[in-house]
Write a protein that binds this ligand. Structure first.
Ligand SMILES: Cc1cc2nc3c(=O)[nH]c(=O)nc-3n(C[C@H](O)[C@H](O)[C@H](O)COP(=O)(O)O)c2cc1C
Length: 168
């Protein structure tokens, strides 16, 4: 496995984080978490979804946006209101994907491959010089009242199956 790879992800509820950590456990890749400056309170589902729908960006904490030293970037995102989240929108604006191979993993409640979402995200990354190699989408069970991960085993096995079958 290529060691010049990094996993970068955002996660509010924890599903994408679980997937990211599983990739790290299977590969030993470095891992970086995108964090919002202002903690997003649970119970703000509508405002959060609307922020995504309108394509807003939120302030995120500093990270090494140059991605220097890495050839492969495993980018973990989730779907809100059919779109990328404000934290991911900020990351996409700041990160340099030039000459990077980008592997997407997407978590969502829906159970069909979110092709339009993947195509849009791919085009944003490719405009910044990255090449999207593959995209895994994982359906997560979602309980909006609890805001907890309820399908950990399914997420882990989807990730394992993906990592074992891609050629990095
Ligand atoms: C504000 C909000 C909006 C969401 N909108 C969608 C959606 O439009 N389509 C979908 O399939 N899932 C939607 N979901 C479900 C999330 O994509 C899913 O729970 C995902 O795994 C969350 O990632 P996280 O646990 O890493 O935060 C939404 C969840 C939240 C919190």
């Amino acid at each position: 496995m290529a060691q010049n790879s990094v996993i970068v992800y955002y996660s509010w509820v924890g599903n994408t984080e679980l997937a990211a950590k599983e990739i790290a456990a299977l590969t030993g890749f470095d891992i970086q978490k995108i964090q919002e400056v202002k903690e997003r309170k649970f119970g703000t589902m509508m405002t959060s979804a609307m922020g995504a729908v309108f394509g807003l960006k939120s302030s995120i904490k500093p990270l090494d946006f140059t991605l220097q030293g890495y050839d492969n970037v495993f980018l973990g995102v989730q779907i809100w209101g059919g779109k990328t989240t404000p934290a991911i929108n900020s990351y996409l604006a700041k990160a340099s994907f030039k000459n990077k191979k980008v592997w997407l993993f997407v978590t969502m409640a829906d159970n069909k491959t979110p092709q339009k979402f993947i195509d849009k995200l791919t085009s944003k990354i490719e405009k910044k010089g990255g090449k999207v190699m593959d995209a895994l989408s994982i359906t997560t069970k979602w309980d909006p009242k609890e805001n907890v991960v309820v399908s950990a085993d399914e997420i882990k096995s989807a990730v394992k199956n993906w990592i074992e079958n891609i050629k990095i």
